[in-house]
Design a protein around this ligand. Structure first.
Ligand SMILES: Cc1cc2nc3c(=O)[nH]c(=O)nc-3n(C[C@H](O)[C@H](O)[C@H](O)COP(=O)(O)O)c2cc1C
Length: 411
């Protein structure tokens, strides 16, 4: 099975399984709750002294001989000018770089998720954005979108529901306002692209192609396909493959396609997207959900339905990453409820090469940068020169039946 290649045992270190008994994590702080906190005196610093110039991946002697999808040593400096800001002078050598394909090499595997970090510029005051692996910007469409009627968000146990409705100023305005700023950044910015038809997606991507500051695209295919009567691209194997193929033909930009968790069996969809030319997959988008008004007279959200995110969805996302990692060769970026280094390690063990942090950023904007440091610390503590050895350690030697077989309900 293809997935065997994912279990990476380089560096001589024996792969270690993530312990099933863990220390208690700090309590989840809801994104809209009263205890949501900006970085204060208790928060670790988000900045470090800049590294000496020339300390980029190509010149680092510590780059491990990691192999496998997404874990090749960086063969060229990643997008953006400037020195590596994430390595303090004299810091021990750990290579956290990740290759997402087509030259998109991230210096670390912690990204921020689309819709939770704006266009990056909004966080410049509180977060050293240059230390992130990459920024996935807000969903971008061909034309401006006003978004859904309010209320658009509500907190839920262990997460939140949102129905923002892809409010954005349209691709022209995004390029005009932000691309120039991104071009001056060291951190790659991946533009999240949405649309209601294949032509929409292709139109946005064509416009982004060749724009300085745009390091790649992430296709949000969890949108209703007007050509298919409102059926989401993401839940239909053929539609998902068709949009991927069309976008692939329209651009040389690195192409990440974002999977939806709202399907009974993700495997054929993931495979079809990979076969259609995606460079990488991200998994997952939000789970479909709803909430009621306090007086129970109807739905709370203006759009009736919303997308559930946060720690509540992590087991679902973990299951999907685990299933997808067994059927595709391309790198997987895990998304869903990351709030701690244990979550990062779980996703790596399940076969992801990187993670995105979403909802948790609202409560703790410096969390993603802290996770980079913590991942480096874990590698050092385990004597690893790269996090590659942590990837895929929980994958089975032989493919297990998909969850759609109802294994969990078997008597
Ligand atoms: C307020 C909000 C807005 C979002 N907007 C987008 C979007 O525009 N495009 C997209 O692909 N995903 C969007 N997402 C989904 C996130 O990128 C991510 O996939 C999801 O929230 C799961 O990760 P998390 O549990 O860490 O939040 C949004 C999520 C939230 C909470």
């Amino acid at each position: 099975m293809k997935a065997k290649k994912r279990v990476i045992t380089s560096g001589g270190a024996k792969p270690k399984r993530t312990p099933t008994v863990r220390k208690i994590k700090p309590a989840w702080v809801g994104p809209t709750g009263g205890t949501g906190r900006p970085p204060g005196p208790g928060s670790p610093p988000a900045t470090r002294p800049p590294a000496p110039s020339g300390a980029g991946p190509a010149s680092r002697p510590d780059v491990a001989a990691a192999t496998g999808p997404g874990l090749r040593p960086a063969s060229r400096p990643s997008v953006g000018p400037g020195p590596r800001p994430d390595i303090a002078a004299g810091a021990p050598a750990v290579d956290l770089s990740v290759d997402l394909g087509r030259g998109l090499v991230l210096e670390n595997p912690v990204l921020v998720a689309s819709g939770t970090f704006g266009y990056g510029v909004e966080y410049g005051e509180v977060v050293d954005v240059e230390r992130l692996g990459a920024i996935c910007c807000k969903g971008t469409t061909l034309r401006p979108r006003a978004g859904n009627p309010p209320p658009r968000v509500t907190e839920t146990p262990g997460g939140m529901l949102n129905s923002i409705g892809l409010q954005n100023p349209g691709v022209e305005a995004v390029i005009e306002k932000y691309a120039g700023i991104w071009a001056g950044w060291h951190v790659p910015v991946i533009v999240n692209v949405a649309g209601e038809s294949i032509d929409d997606y292709v139109g946005v991507v064509r416009r982004l192609d060749g724009v300085a500051g745009v390091a790649g695209v992430e296709l949000n295919i969890s949108c209703p396909n007007v050509g298919k009567g409102g059926l989401q691209f993401a839940i239909d194997r053929d539609a998902a493959a068709a949009v991927t193929r069309a976008v692939r033909a329209a651009t040389d930009l690195p192409l990440i396609v974002k999977l939806s968790p709202n399907v009974p069996d993700i495997r054929p969809i993931a495979r079809a997207i990979a076969d259609a030319g995606a460079d990488a997959l991200s998994a997952v988008n939000t789970l479909s959900g709803m909430a009621l008004r306090p007086d129970r007279t109807g739905p709370l959200l203006g759009n009736v339905y919303g997308g559930l995110s946060g720690p509540a969805i992590k087991p679902v996302a973990l299951r999907i990453v685990y299933e997808v990692a067994q059927v595709v060769e391309i790198p997987i970026v895990a998304i869903g409820g990351v709030t701690s280094i244990d979550d990062v390690l779980d996703y790596l063990a399940a076969g992801a090469v990187a993670v995105q942090v979403g909802t948790a950023v609202f409560a703790d904007p410096v969390l993603p940068v802290r996770l980079v440091d913590e991942l480096r610390d874990v590698c050092l503590a385990r004597g690893l020169t790269s996090h590659a050895a942590l990837v895929g350690t929980a994958l089975p030697r032989r493919p297990v039946p998909p969850s759609v077989k109802g294994a969990e309900y078997r008597p």
